[in-house]
Structure formats: structure tokens, C-alpha cells
Design a binder for this molecule. Structure first.
Ligand SMILES: [Zn+2]
Length: 169
């Protein structure tokens, strides 16, 4: 089932998520829905907080469905290592129509569980490292706009505010 994606300003999007307590049918349904929602959008990643579920789960596929081995499901993930710096344009399904350059690590190693609770560690470089950091941020209630500073952030927030006022957000 495709779930509606919360947009910037929705309270649940900005709240930190809790650890997943059980690897049960409800979790599997959530993960299946998240994968379907990510591909339908389409996007390279989706966090549970973006569909209003405050649990530490994200899905990432930098091939956006073209290569099934690129699909990564992470439950209760933590960073093992992060290093380097990359500066690239970034967007978010919860902030449609806006992009900005965000500073991210060039390499990020994430450890977490798959849908059945089996632990694994995955190394991401470049786009995958960026996706890991972006989705991990979501699990802490942080959206890429929150990572921007000064006038860049102000401009986006002001435009979103206007869109919301006019009922177009
Ligand atoms: Zn996002």
C-alpha cells in the first residue's frame, strides 16, 4: 500500500523516532509499504517518520528499482564510521520542489538489522553515503532544510510558509 508522505511542517516529520521493539508482521507491512511508496514517488530513500510512523526504519535504493540488489532495508540503524566530505545538491520527498547543496560525509558505514532482525553492516560511498546520512537524519526528526544555514534556509522556509498559507502544501 502506498502511504501518504508527510511534508515539511508536519509535526511527526520533525519528531525523533524510537527503536523498533519487535520484528513482526506489522513491521513487515510497514517496510513493504515504505518500499512501494519510495518507488512510486519515485525517490532513492524513505524513512518511517516520513509516513508518520515514529520508528527507526529506513529504505534506500540508489538505483530507484532498476537493480533489485540495491534495495537496502535498515531497522534500528547506527553509524559505525563516517569520514570525508561531499557537497552535492539534495532534495527530499517531504520537501517537494526544493533542492539545496548540503554538506555530507563522503563515506558512511551503517549497522542495523534487516526486516527479520539479522544484523548487518553496509558501507556507503558518495550517493549511498549521502542517502544513509539523509535517512538517518529523518530518524532524528531532521530534514535537509534544517541542515542549511542563513539566507538559503530562510528562503525555502518562507516559500513553504507561503505555499501552506495558500493551501498548496
Ligand atoms: Zn528526505
Amino acid at each position: 500500500m502506498i502511504r501518504p508522505i508527510l511534508r515539511y511542517g508536519a509535526p511527526l516529520l520533525h519528531a525523533p523516532a524510537a527503536e523498533v521493539p519487535r520484528f513482526d508482521a506489522e513491521l513487515h507491512q510497514l517496510i513493504d509499504d515504505m518500499i512501494q511508496t519510495m518507488y512510486a514517488a519515485p525517490g532513492v530513500g524513505l524513512a518511517a517518520t516520513q509516513v508518520g510512523v515514529p520508528l527507526r526504519v529506513f529504505v534506500v535504493d540508489i538505483s530507484v528499482g532498476r537493480n533489485s540488489s540495491d534495495l537496502i532495508v535498515m531497522v534500528n540503524p547506527t553509524f559505525v564510521e563516517r569520514d570525508g566530505v561531499q557537497l552535492e545538491d539534495e532534495g527530499c520527498l517531504s520537501v517537494p520542489g526544493f533542492n539545496a547543496t548540503v554538506v555530507r560525509p563522503a563515506r558512511a558505514v551503517v549497522r542495523g538489522c534487516d526486516r527479520d532482525g539479522t544484523e548487518r553492516t553496509i558501507e556507503g560511498r558518495d550517493l549511498l553515503a549521502r542517502a544513509f546520512q539523509h535517512e538517518m537524519d529523518h530518524l532524528d526528526g531532521t530534514v535537509f532544510v534544517d541542515r542549511l544555514r542563513g539566507i538559503k534556509r530562510e528562503l525555502i522556509v518562507r516559500k513553504i510558509h507561503k505555499l501552506r498559507k495558500s493551501g498548496r502544501w
